[in-house]
Design a protein around this ligand. Sequence first.
Ligand code: AMP
Length: 211
Amino acid sequence: MRIILIGPPGVGKGTVGALLRERTNATILSSGEIFRREIVAGSELGKLADEYIRHGELVPNRVTIGMMRKCIVEVGSGGFILDGFPRTVKQAEALDEMLFELGLDLDRAVALDVPEDVVVSRLSGRLGCTRCGAIYHSVNKQPMREGICDVCDSPLFVRSDDKPDTIRERLRVYHENTAPVVDYYATTGNLQRVDADREPEAVANEILSLR
Ligand code: AMP
């Protein structure tokens, strides 16, 4: 399975992607998660990305495309779930070129749809695990022990870009840069739309049943 999950921040790409990985064994390539790991590692890439991420802006295309290319080459002929990439039409075009060069086919691009007020409330209480990336919510999906991951016992954290002002900026950036990516895949005929204002299990099941 090679798919792209597209949707605004908070739509549930990470949660649904994790369910799809459990069922298909495909590798999740989450550009945001890869950047956050680089930031924690203190690498040059991480330092550069941090400046953009903190402000809810996109990391420049050249940097992002180079990083994702490396990951896609590493996965080779295995399946992948792209979460957060491509986020601009330039990135989508670069991905098409990469897949062509590597002789790989994309099964589909899935646009996850959720009303904007739901997205904002999901992001406002979001908590992530510092180690395994599991996602919780302070109201809708509390961990069993406050501040501790159920899966790996590591501390939970609030992302630096999940603050109200940054959330608004990320949504603006989404409408300006990423909504056109949905149109791009609609034009190439690879697009499927899925209602993501439901339990993540239901969303993952529908994605798996798409033909
Ligand atoms: P995410 O975890 O997908 O919400 O991404 C967090 C942040 O990482 C975004 O707000 C951007 O600053 C940056 N980022 C993630 N993916 C991309 C991408 N494909 N292109 C540019 N910036 C990205």
